[in-house]
Design a protein around this ligand. Sequence first.
Ligand code: ADP
Ligand code: ZN
Ligand code: MG
Length: 488
Amino acid sequence: MPYEAVIGLEVHAELQTRSKMFCACPVVDSTQAEPNSAVCPVCAGMPGTLPVVNRAAVEHALRVALALECEIAPLSLFARKNYFYPDLPKGYQISQYEYPLAEHGLLRIETSQGEKTVRIRRVHLEEDTGKLIHMQDEEGRSFSLVDLNRAGVPLLEIVSEPDMNTLEEVRAYATALRAILRRVGANSGDMEKGVIRFEANVSLRLPGSSTLGTRVEIKNLNSFRAMERAIAYEVERQTALLDGGLPVRQETLGWDETAQVTISQRSKEEAHDYRYFPEPDLPPLVIEAGRIERVRASLPELPQAMKNRFCQQYGLNPAEAALLSEDEAVAGYFEACVSQAKSAISPRTIALWISGEIFAWLNQSGKSIAQLAVTPAMLVELLRFTGDQTINLNTAKVVLAEMLTSGSSAAQIIAERGLTQVNDTGLIAEIVADVLAQNPREVEAYHQGKTTVFNWLLGQVMRQTSGRASPAAARAELERQLAALKQD
Ligand code: ADP
Ligand code: ZN
Ligand code: MG
């Protein structure tokens, strides 16, 4: 039976501060730093130490919450979430529970079905845990090491309402949220470093039903791919259960990356399992109205607003605009090209070259747009050569590929390799006449109505010029001579 999937996401984003959430330890890159090199009595959970709230973390949190159009609580409370685990030396995590920093936000996402609004339930501050590293000794005995560098790193938790129904919506939501986190400078968006982690809540229901089905929660999803696979797997698993007349059990699951299956970790914990209570060592977090307005005024143009502007100002369609506005550096590159081109080349043409050839090259080379050897001025120069018929489009792609690897200019490459387009109609006419004379059977077939032969003949003409003939001129000349032959 076809069920409707209902999905809500909890996203944990590390905040890019210099020091940790409640102590002065530096935030270090956990993939680089010596284990336990950024730890003090506070984040190691020593008795008698006192936490102090990091102002910069609150600032980042406000920026994200306002970008998500949340209401900011004038007063929010930190709370202790009690549980035991070796990577949590205090025996509790300082989080926010009943009184979070922000609530009732929204995020607009773009899918093939159009725009959709996903409501944000809450945005709150908390601290990250340490990391366990599991190993084996020479005799094969398992043991674990703990690295507390990450313990106490500021985390922002962003919880959506269960408003998503498809993988496409989940992807769009995660992408849009990551873009906002990066744009306001709260998070690098560097998924490989684990600075954004997802938890997906998934349930099924009959289409049209307004009650929610029993959900599972899948923990520790560290990439978009893992999240999508895990959700797809759960939808299938739950469908099979319901089809078989079996109930879905409310539980917490993990994702096994190797086996590509979800695995049961524990029955779902309830809030009372954590014995939440207000953190006695921290005062309430008070946010004055003036501060909210200052932060709001300091926000940059957000990806969504930029996307809409790109549509209106440059005539891009929403999908093209979304591609170019998600990353600030890409957007900057695009707009620099547009202003260099001074309306000689349409913004749409520039957009297509960036999202086509340039993106493909970035993907393949693993480089970022900031490392591109081709500056906006260089790309515009190349496109001018196509605009004025110096080179044709296929040649331009070849030239751009070489520009990207060598860093040479288009003019240099075109001159060195003699790639200038052949526009000489006399020369093109000669080549066409040659090709027709050498292929009488194809000409005959064409005249008997086999029109597909035309493209083959055109291909021969292009080959004779090493692809440099103006395709428009070659096509016109071929049509003219074929028609003339028929009349004879
Ligand atoms: P917790 O996971 O800590 O118990 P909540 O109960 O507030 O917290 O739910 C967390 C997430 O689960 C939210 O993103 C919410 O949208 C989502 N969620 C709640 N109920 C369902 C459901 N029946 N199906 C899918 N997602 C759900
Ligand atoms: Zn510390
Ligand atoms: Mg949860």
